[in-house]
Design a protein around this ligand. Structure first.
Ligand SMILES: Cc1ncc(COP(=O)(O)O)c(C=O)c1O
Length: 362
């Protein structure tokens, strides 16, 4: 049967959105384990990590994150959004300039204390332009910042080239790997592993437990020296309530599951490949990298909104994204996960094909 003959069989809306990439956010086994242990801890530790909020399960989670990331130590905190800020504050010196990708996620932009450090943007994914800026500031302490996988476009930053530049100009490199943790690299350790970067010295990843890990909160896995500095100096660690038990347990059990089930990553990236190839062959403009974020680009916001609405009426949730990132094009952002079946993906592609037939000039 050719795809043009496919009937639309699903009943409830099919969600090709969000970041529950491995399906762990509602995995029955993980949910059950969390529920069965939660009564031991209650709802909140109601204290900061620095005072009495650090519990054995925080330490277990941080220890497992270090095992997963092969790092000396780890620290967890509320929201991945905060990670870039913790890193910039821990790594900046008196004379620091931040050089950030022009399409950085808002959590990078917001993390830079602009009254204390200078900042310049390099053209999106353009190591050549970054090098020009690095050369311009020989007497500065250099800090490069980029997304590992860009949240809107699914592009992978050329971290190999950025790393080479970081080594050449003695810069530190912060990578927001929110969309790469648990997904890219042989063991899901993110973009440094994807590019086989040796020991990842000078690379500092800001990571989240809210996407592939299907939980909530951020983490940094790095050298003891850096983690201890954050613990000692970050007001957030000192004066904000520790991650609550349900979140810590969910993160812990999800991470255990993720480490035991590499096939989920294979399934996810297989789905991503099918959709990417499918939309490309239908003539949509998209990006080439193998990640679960598959954007469809449009010149006009109206076109993006019209397609998103068309998909909604056909039973698919695929939002037209409005995001505070400088970008000329409008995007309908498809995200896939390890749970999407081949049949569901074919149904989505079938509906997109119907739309292109009705809108030949897209
Ligand atoms: C690139 C990037 N960094 C950071 C974050 C924030 O992570 P969290 O949702 O865990 O706060 C997001 C979330 O959407 C993101 O896309």
């Amino acid at each position: 049967m050719s795809s043009s003959d496919l009937p639309l069989r699903h009943q409830s809306p099919l969600i090709f959105s969000g970041n529950n990439y491995l399906g762990l956010a509602n995995h029955p086994e993980i949910v059950e384990k969390v529920a069965s242990e939660l009564h031991l801890y209650g709802n909140s530790f109601s204290a900061s990590r620095k005072t009495t909020g650090t519990h054995e399960i925080h330490l277990q989670l941080e220890h497992l994150l270090s095992t997963f990331k092969q790092s000396e130590q780890s620290i967890v905190f509320a929201t991945g959004y905060l990670g870039n800020s913790l890193l910039v504050r821990a790594l900046r010196k008196g004379n620091t300039i931040v050089l950030a990708d022009a399409q950085s996620h808002p959590s990078i932009v917001d993390s830079i204390p602009k009254d204390e450090v200078e900042v310049e943007l390099y053209a999106h994914r353009d190591p050549g332009h970054l090098e020009e800026l690095l050369k311009k500031h020989p007497s500065k302490d250099l800090l490069i910042m980029t997304d590992g996988v860009f949240a809107l476009t699914g592009e992978i930053a050329s971290l190999d080239e950025l790393y080479e530049l970081a080594m050449k100009y003695e810069a530190a490199l912060i990578v927001d790997d929110a969309h790469a943790t648990g997904i890219l690299g042989e063991n899901g350790r993110g973009t440094p592993e994807h590019f086989n970067l040796p020991g990842s010295k000078h690379i500092y990843q800001s990571e989240t437990m809210s996407k592939a890990l299907g939980s909530y909160g951020g983490f940094i896995a790095s050298e003891v020296k850096l983690i201890e500095k954050i613990q000692a100096e970050s007001n957030f660690y000192i004066a904000s309530t520790a991650l609550p038990p349900a979140i810590v347990l969910a993160s812990l059990f999800s991470l255990q599951y993720l480490m035991q089930h590499p096939e989920l990553r294979v399934q996810l990236l297989g789905n991503a490949r099918k959709i990417r190839e499918g939309v490309s062959s239908l003539g949509f403009e998209t990006t080439p990298d193998l990640t679960p974020i598959i954007p469809l680009f449009f010149k006009e916001v109206k076109q993006a909104e019209q397609l998103s609405q068309y998909l909604k009426e056909a039973g698919f949730v695929v939002p037209a994204i409005k995001y505070p990132i400088q970008m000329e094009k409008s995007i309908v952002r498809i995200t896939t996960n390890a749970l999407h079946t081949s049949d569901e993906i074919e149904q989505l592609l079938f509906t997109l094909k119907k739309w292109t037939n009705e809108h030949p000039a897209h």
